[in-house]
Write a protein that binds this ligand. Structure first.
Ligand code: AMP
Length: 117
């Protein structure tokens, strides 16, 4: 079934397709978004494909969610002077297209007075 096929992020984690990787730990990978919505636009993903959404991750492995957030902070410190927007889209209607939980780290100059991308 197509829903069981590896997501694009699982294929990036497996190095089956290329990505501009900026950070890796035992359980997390971060790389540049292929279609950036801000001067700095990074994706932070857990290596496990178990969790589709941030809500599932929070319920199932809060320590891993905390690692995603601390990784986002560290990357924003390195790439965006520590100021950034952290976005987790949940559901198609909210713009989620990859159902392998991921944090968008947006920084480097964002439009004032806006939410989302
Ligand atoms: P979302 O819409 O929240 O599910 O976010 C998915 C993100 O993945 C989008 O911002 C895409 O631009 C990004 N994306 C899709 N394919 C790739 C890829 N091969 N490398 C890097 N980013 C990707």
């Amino acid at each position: 079934m197509s829903s069981d096929a590896p997501s694009i992020f699982t294929r990036i984690i497996a190095r089956e397709i290329p990505a501009d990787i900026v950070f890796e730990s035992e359980s997390v990978l971060a790389f540049r978004d292929i279609a950036p919505q801000a001067p700095v636009h990074l994706l932070v993903v857990p290596k496990t494909a178990t969790y589709r959404t941030v809500g599932e991750l929070a319920a199932g492995d809060p320590a891993l969610l905390a690692e995603l957030v601390t990784t986002a902070q560290r990357l924003a410190d390195e790439h965006s002077d520590g100021q950034y927007r952290l976005v987790f889209n949940t559901g198609e209607a909210a713009g989620q297209t990859v159902f392998h939980v991921h944090a968008h780290v947006l920084g480097g100059g964002l439009a004032e007075g806006t939410l989302g991308d």
